[in-house]
Structures are given as structure tokens and as C-alpha cells.
Design a protein around this ligand. Structure first.
Ligand code: SF4
Length: 328
């Protein structure tokens, strides 16, 4: 694509009519945009919307989240997964509350916990009108196709090249619309498996389309195979209560969260009836989970009985929430 200005104008014209009405598109409040961007890392839009709305209803500003007890906040985040994001968001809230206002430059925003190049560029452009192009998975795919990029989009050199292309395309007078338009194009039209080229504002200029290579691009070299694991979770009940185990502070992920006991960690419990099974993925681990009922046992150290009605107010691991849904 050589006529960059034309491409930018076509994209912005398309976005004006095609944009989805999403809750975070109705605001330029940097706190709201930070919350949405952190939640959207690794999670799809329809899943994020109710969490975003609940979180801002409870913590309308950074000050409120900064002052919140961590277990209360993690309980609200429960089910969204990737809990390091939640902890980073609360750390960022404390920094913002401590300094009295949201940072106003790209460099300052980039220093907040959990904020990388992409999130800093999104906030800087959407909230402060600064000319920083974003580069997320959707943008990478669109640009790799539009410019028929032959290199692996996982490689640093290709990312640098595509970032430069995005920066050249960006309209410095409308960086917020430009960035959101490019992400929207990737999310709704130039999708991974079935790009809708006939609906695309770049259909007459896209290099991949003119070469008939839109389904071959972008090039993604083979990643490491996922690790497959099988586990058994136990639902141990007693008088309207369920036995849960708390993850210790030394555990690498989700310290402080509550979860159903694994059969191997509770040898005194004898598994009973199989209640169900499901698949669950965490980063590159693919779990096959079987859920069994089990007779009541004495709660060992680190375990506690909870009333079923209490589960919404504690940080409970997503896999355990899914397992509990197998209960008749
Ligand atoms: S023309 Fe097709 S492949 Fe090219 S950017 Fe548009 S949707 Fe993607």
C-alpha cells in the first residue's frame, strides 16, 4: 500500500459507521480506559463488559480501588482469570491515588504496573490525544496482510517494522479514532480465519488480497506445543458447606485464591460419583478436569468450610467455579 493518507482516510470513514458501541468507547476517562484495556488483555469483549461495569460501579476511581481490601477486589474479578492483571491494576490504582492524578504522558503511563507499550499507547491516544500507534494482535494481523508482510509476526524485527507502518498511517490529528479503527477492523472484518474482504475499506489497496494470500498471512511460526494435564477435583460437602483450599503465598500463581481440593492433595477423601468433566486452558496448559463428589473429611491446615452462599464474596479460582457448575 503506497497511498498511506488515502488508506488512513478510508479507515476513519469506515470506522465512523461500523464501530461497535462498547461501554469504554463512551468515555475518555483514563481510569476507565485503563480498566478496560487491562481486562481486554487475553479476554474477549462480551466476557469483559459485565466485569467492567461491575468494577466501575464498585470502584469509580483509582482512589476507591486503592483503598479496597484485596480479597474483596479479587472476588469481584473472580471468573475473569489471569489474576496477575488484577493485582497489577490495584497496584496501579495505588500509584495513581498516591500521586493525586492520572499520568498524562506516554512515558509516565508506561511505568504503571501491568502497562506495556500497547496499553500505554492506547491510553495516551484515547485519553490525551497523543500520536502513539497501538500494536496488538488484531493490528498486527491487519497490517501484515495489508502490506503482505512475509516475516513471522512473532519476531521482534517484524513487529518493529509493522509498528513503523502503523505510526506512518496514524493520523496525528485523530490518534484515538485511528487506533480504535484499526483494532476494530481486525476484530470484526480482518478476522484470523475468515477475513471479510468485501466489507473492508482497504479491499482495493490490500497487498495480501491482490496476491490472493489473505488466508496465508500473517506468517506465524510454530509455537511450543501446549502441555496437556489431567486433574481430578473434589466437591466435599457437609451441611450446606463446601471444603476449599487456599493457595499459599509461595505458589507461583493465584496466591490467596480459594479452590476445590485436588484428589491427590487430599488423600483422606475418597472420590465418589463422577459429576462431570470439562476442558480448561491456562496460558499453554490444557487441562482435562474431572469433578467428583467426596464424603466429608476433617479440614486439614490451609483448608476451610464455606457456605455455598459465601462463594460470591471470596476470590475463587475460575476452574473451581466451572467445576462447581457440574454439581447437580
Ligand atoms: S482486504 Fe481482506 S485481508 Fe486485506 S486488510 Fe481487508 S479484510 Fe484484511
Amino acid at each position: 500500500m503506497t497511498k498511506l493518507r488515502l488508506a488512513t482516510r478510508l479507515l476513519l470513514d469506515w470506522y465512523r459507521t461500523a464501530r461497535r458501541d462498547l461501554p469504554w468507547r463512551r468515555t475518555r476517562d483514563p481510569w476507565h480506559i485503563l480498566v478496560s484495556e487491562i481486562m481486554l488483555q487475553q479476554t474477549r469483549v462480551p466476557v469483559v463488559i459485565p466485569y467492567y461495569e461491575r468494577l466501575l460501579a464498585r470502584y469509580p476511581g483509582a482512589r476507591e480501588l486503592a483503598a479496597a481490601p484485596e480479597p474483596e477486589f479479587l472476588a469481584l474479578w473472580s471468573g475473569l482469570g489471569y489474576y496477575a492483571r488484577a493485582r497489577n491494576l490495584q497496584r496501579a490504582a495505588r500509584i495513581i491515588a498516591g500521586r493525586g492524578c492520572f499520568p498524562a504522558t506516554y512515558e509516565e503511563i508506561r511505568t504503571l504496573p501491568g502497562v506495556g507499550d500497547y496499553t500505554a499507547a492506547a491510553i495516551a491516544s484515547i485519553c490525551h490525544g497523543l500520536p502513539y500507534a497501538v500494536l496488538d494482535g488484531n493490528v498486527l494481523r491487519v497490517l501484515a496482510r495489508a502490506f503482505a508482510e512475509k516475516g513471522d509476526i512473532g519476531s521482534a524485527s517484524v513487529r518493529v517494522r509493522l509498528r513503523e507502518q502503523a505510526q506512518r498511517l496514524l493520523d496525528p490529528r485523530r490518534p484515538a479514532d485511528f487506533n480504535q479503527a484499526l483494532m476494530e477492523l481486525g476484530a470484526t472484518v480482518c478476522t484470523p480465519k475468515s477475513p471479510q474482504c468485501l466489507l473492508c475499506p482497504w479491499r482495493d489497496h490490500c497487498a495480501a488480497r491482490s496476491l490472493g494470500r489473505e488466508l496465508e498471512l500473517p506468517v506465524k511460526l510454530r509455537r511450543r506445543d501446549p502441555v496437556r494435564l489431567a486433574i481430578q477435583l473434589l466437591i466435599v460437602e457437609k451441611k450446606g458447606q463446601v471444603l476449599l483450599r487456599q493457595r499459599g503465598s509461595a505458589e507461583p500463581q493465584m496466591a490467596g485464591f480459594w479452590e476445590l481440593p485436588e484428589a491427590r492433595l487430599l488423600p483422606s477423601a475418597v472420590p465418589g460419583r463422577l459429576l462431570g468433566s470439562f476442558k480448561h486452558s491456562i496460558t499453554r496448559h490444557d487441562y482435562t478436569v474431572e469433578v467428583f463428589s467426596a464424603a466429608a473429611v476433617k479440614a486439614p491446615r490451609g483448608y476451610r468450610w464455606f457456605a455455598w452462599t459465601e462463594l460470591d464474596s471470596i476470590p475463587l479460582a475460575t476452574m473451581s467455579r466451572k467445576a462447581i457448575a457440574c454439581r447437580p
